[in-house]
Design a binder for this molecule. Structure first.
Ligand SMILES: Cc1cc2nc3c(=O)[nH]c(=O)nc-3n(C[C@H](O)[C@H](O)[C@H](O)COP(=O)(O)O)c2cc1C
Length: 231
């Protein structure tokens, strides 16, 4: 661990990054966000095409957007949904088991018991306040770009999250926002040719919030890697 958690080196940035779901109201400046995005722009992309388009909201723009999406998410959701498949359909093992373990791990930290749909919905709606983070990012991609560009995009988004650690900031990537692209897109001013990939909360994590201690388990390297030629 670094002596000072605010300025981690790269390995510490990787280790200390985790999705935070409770943020302090401490403001984050435009300069900080620009510096993070400048670093993230150094991410690699096939033929250096840099397929990312980022819309950043704070202050009243953020508040208005949150209010509108919460209103829709609290009511009838027919007509909403993301424009791309994120998950397998139908779910299958081993992914289903991992997904369940993640969900129940989070809920148990939050004191949400199985079957308490209202509490589950309340927690889901917290996505749409960016978990109280002062800054929200929306990642858009030109819809005619291909799978390779989505690969590039993942690298960009991870670089945003690691760069944020360099400023003592934390993040939560949020696919939840993509379900409400029809509300988000006109509010951020993205053109119709662009598709919302996901949102992200950016801010200072609340160190006292129990939910921020959530660290879902990872597989050991030997479960997902095969080595050859090493003696
Ligand atoms: C693209 C992407 C979308 C995600 N969407 C959400 C989301 O909508 N809400 C949420 O609470 N967490 C979301 N997560 C966070 C994952 O649950 C989290 O990354 C995973 O459980 C591993 O935990 P860690 O990020 O703390 O290491 C998302 C993560 C990724 C990479």
């Amino acid at each position: 661990m670094p002596a000072d958690d605010r300025t981690p080196g790269v390995i510490d940035a990787i280790r200390t990054r985790s999705s935070k779901r409770a943020f302090l109201p401490t403001p984050v400046s435009r300069e900080q966000v620009e510096a993070i995005l400048q670093l993230a722009g150094l991410a690699p992309s096939g033929s250096n095409i840099q397929p990312w388009q980022v819309y950043v909201v704070s202050g009243t723009a953020r508040d208005r957007l949150c209010d509108e999406v919460i209103q829709s998410a609290s009511g009838d959701r027919s007509g909403h949904g993301r424009e791309y498949d994120y998950y397998p359909n139908p779910w299958r093992e081993p992914y289903l088991g991992r997904r369940r373990a993640c969900g129940w791990g989070l809920y148990s930290l939050l004191g949400i018991v199985k079957g308490d749909r209202e509490a589950g919905l309340r927690q889901e709606l917290r996505n749409f306040t960016f978990f109280d983070a002062p800054v929200g990012l929306f990642f858009y991609i030109d819809r005619d770009l291909k799978q390779g560009s989505w690969l590039d995009y993942g690298m960009f988004i991870q670089t945003v999250m690691l760069a944020a650690r360099g400023f003592g900031l934390h993040t939560c990537p949020q696919a939840a926002w993509a379900d409400f692209h029809s509300i988000v897109t006109p509010l951020v001013g993205a053109p119709a040719e662009q598709m919302l990939v996901c949102g992200m909360a950016l801010g200072y994590a609340d160190p006292d919030a129990p939910v921020n201690a959530f660290r879902p388990e990872r597989l050991p390297v030997t479960d997902f890697s095969r080595f050859q030629g090493f003696d």
